[in-house]
Design a protein around this ligand. Structure first.
Ligand code: ADP
Ligand code: MG
Length: 682
């Protein structure tokens, strides 16, 4: 087989050790890396009509000079030239920074060709290039490469050109011919060529389409292989559920299930009954009623003679779950206990013994639950709540621990559909897309910080009506210390403000867990009416009497997080409010505040958030579990991702996967990426 793509870049004529070193900084090591270092954008010099140009897009136009160029100087070194042009009956302004010497090109009544970024609102082009007269370039689309260190875009172009000269014929074709035909995709060689040497026709578009598909297909091959292995290679156990009893349990719940709850419970029970291991993600907005779904699932499993564990990220949450699960399950003879750091000594030993003996049916706790000394008699189901922060690899670790129970992940951070299939491509996904009837919409307002007085007056009004309020303090990146200080300051201000009238509690990450419990307890007993806190109350906390959520410096939070925080109120009968204190500087920041005031739907929010921030920022780069795609974009190329996902599933499930000659590159890729470590796909 051809190894040319794996040769070091120094095999390309003209690249010496020094250049190779520069390239290392850009993660280019091999010939293959170099020729797959694609332009990150293209400069378009094709003449366009301004009517067809979107805001912020680059454009080249020809205009007639209408005014003497004016030049303003700032300080010693800076200047700005501006001039008015008439472009097809439209009068616009063109500006250039620090290029006063261009002045000579702008003679009133003469034509000039200008390239730059179009600002539709100001009717201005921020110019980057300018030529006298009407200039139509021969190469109208010019590739722009990212470079770093001493490498210039120009020299990089030269090296890529040389590499293509020497090695283009060695570019392998990993996709079977039938795929190329089916989607009318160019060969890999053709595609790579077209991305470096774009043409005006559709060829470059198809080249990109081809590379996007290939990237997604390989990514999804891995995901689908994981999924297949999880389903078929790990011993699942087909439990016999007593559906009649499960229905009775559901009938005895204090409320009828929503249609969505019924549907996802159906998905889960089916998984439990099947002989493969459940690996399912349950997404449901804050307050959509996931806990009861967990309760029904655990009831079914315990009723069939097994045990269940519910894992949550914090002790507070664990305690809350225990107190809401006990009344539901104990009437049916099911034993539920907390097992966490705060349960110590004799009490802990006793619970562990009962667990091992199978007398304790359900345990709720933090991560420590599935570790070391916790031994189950017969664990059938593990549910983790609010664990969206796990990547693919971590999820595997969890599943591979000890026994082989069914696993259900629950998350209240709605993951945009577009990301869910990429990040959770190895899982089955169920969604609760319906709220229990009668929920009041939380009214959300955006206020500037200088309106704090009015906000305080509003809070006081609610407190006087017997309600409670949360006040969340800003999160300061990388400095828990400052974070805490902030909370302490705000706490002091509010204490003074409400002195003699209402009690103000303080909660932050530096408190011991017993102190946290006390603070939380005091708030939930209404001994404190206001709770100042950092984001530690983000998940799960449930105090129905709290009706006001105030968030300081709201612009610093992601939309998903703001939504989580907002979800702490609106849990009781009364109308609830969320007040965002924010002075965002950027348009995007303002837009985000507006979105918050406009919708209460977590899924809508998450889609918008993704659009505004991009997939990297959505989860935080490290947590997304997404590979770095060279060409593809999980948001914009979503359709292609769906197609690739279906194809990948089909490929890994083909009976002749291991023999089919045209799958050679698929097999090689999966073997190299370690998917089969110790396991076989057949
Ligand atoms: P989350 O999905 O955020 O974990 P919870 O499970 O805590 O939501 O449910 C939020 C509240 O809604 C709880 O008080 C719960 O008892 C209630 N609830 C859940 N399902 C229903 C339903 N079908 N009808 C009415 N109330 C419900
Ligand atoms: Mg919950």
């Amino acid at each position: 087989m051809n190894q040319a793509m794996n040769l070091p870049v120094t095999e390309v004529k003209g690249i010496g050790d020094e250049t190779a070193k520069q390239m290392e900084g850009m993660r280019i090591f091999t010939v293959g890396d170099l020729i797959e270092h694609f332009p990150f954008r293209y400069e378009d010099y094709q003449l366009k009509d301004l009517q067809d140009v979107a805001h912020d897009e680059r454009v080249t136009i020809v205009g007639i000079v209408q005014s003497e160029p004016s030049i303003r100087y700032y300080g010693k070194k800076k200047n700005r030239l501006s001039v008015r042009l008439l472009v097809n009956q439209i009068l616009i302004t063109v500006t250039f920074f620090n290029r006063a010497f261009l002045k000579k090109y702008f003679q009133i009544g003469q034509e000039v060709t200008v390239t730059g970024k179009w600002d539709q609102h100001r009717m201005t082009i921020a110019g980057s290039e300018c030529h006298p007269g009407r200039v139509e370039k021969e190469q109208t689309v010019v590739p722009i490469y990212s470079v770093s260190g001493k490498l210039t875009s120009k020299s990089l172009k030269k090296y890529i050109y040389q590499a293509m000269q020497q090695f283009a014929d060695d570019i392998p074709e990993p996709l079977p011919p039938s795929f190329l035909e089916k989607y009318k995709l160019p060969s890999k060689k053709e595609a790579i060529y077209r991305l470096h040497y774009p043409s005006k026709d559709e060829a470059t578009k198809h080249a990109r389409r081809r590379m996007v598909y290939e990237e997604f297909l390989f990514f999804q091959l891995k995901m689908q292989a994981y999924r297949k292995i999880n389903r078929e290679q790990t011993v699942g156990e087909a439990l016999k559920l007593d559906r009649g009893k499960v229905s009775q349990f559901v009938k005895r719940l204090p409320f009828p299930l929503t249609g969505a709850q019924e549907r996802v419970i159906g998905d889960i029970l089916k998984d439990i009954e099947s002989d493969y291991r459940m690996n399912r993600l349950l997404q449901g907005d804050v307050g959509s009623g996931k806990t009861v779904v967990a309760a029904v699932s655990m009831y079914g499993v315990v009723n069939a003679g097994k045990q269940a564990a519910l894992m949550v990220p914090t002790e507070i949450l664990a305690e809350q779950h225990v107190s809401s699960l006990k009344p539901l399950l104990e009437p049916f003879g099911i034993q539920v206990e907390l097992l966490s750091g705060s349960i110590k000594g004799k009490k802990r030993r006793e619970r562990l013994e009962r667990l091992q003996a199978g007398e304790l049916h359900i345990v709720v706790g933090t991560h420590a639950l599935i570790q070391d000394d916790v031994i189950f008699n017969d664990l059938g189901l593990v549910i983790t709540d609010e664990q969206h922060r796990f990547g693919v690899e971590q999820r595997r670790v969890l599943r591979d621990k000890g026994e082989h129970p069914d696993v259900l992940f629950m998350t209240a951070t709605p993951i945009p559909r577009t990301l869910a299939i990429s990040v959770f491509g190895d899982m089955d996904v169920s969604i609760i897309d319906e709220m229990p009837a009668g929920r009041k919409v939380i009214e959300t307002y955006w206020a500037k910080h200088d309106m704090l007085e009015r906000v305080l007056t509003f809070i006081e009004k609610e407190l006087k009506a017997g309600r409670q309020a949360y006040v969340i303090c800003p999160l300061i990146e990388e400095s828990e210390k400052l974070d805490v200080q902030n909370a302490i300051d705000v706490h002091m201000i509010l204490q003074q403000h409400f002195q003699g009238k209402f009690a103000v509690g303080l909660m932050h990450g530096r408190l011991h867990s017993s102190e946290k419990d006390e603070v939380m307890e005091a708030f939930s007993q209404n001994q404190t009416q206001v709770l100042v806190s950092t984001t530690v109350v983000e998940v799960g906390v449930n105090v129905p009497n709290a009706t006001v959520m105030v968030i300081y410096d709201a612009e610093r939070f992601g939309l998903a997080q703001l939504h989580q925080l907002r979800g702490r109120v609106g849990r009781g009968e009364a109308q609830s409010y969320c007040i965002l204190l924010a002075d965002p500087k950027s348009e995007v920041g303002k837009e985000r505040m507006r979105i918050m005031t406009e919708t209460n739907d977590g899924f809508v929010l998450s889609e918008r958030d993704l659009e505004l921030r991009g997939p990297g920022d959505f989860f935080g780069a490290k947590q997304s579990g997404l590979p770095d795609f060279k060409v593809a974009d999980v948001v914009h190329d979503y359709r292609a991702l769906e197609v690739a996902r279906g194809d990948a599933a089909e490929i890994v499930n083909q009976p002749n996967f291991w023999e089919e000659p045209s799958f050679y590159y698929f097999r090689k890729y999966l073997e190299q990426s370690g998917v089969f470590d110790g396991q076989k796909l057949d």
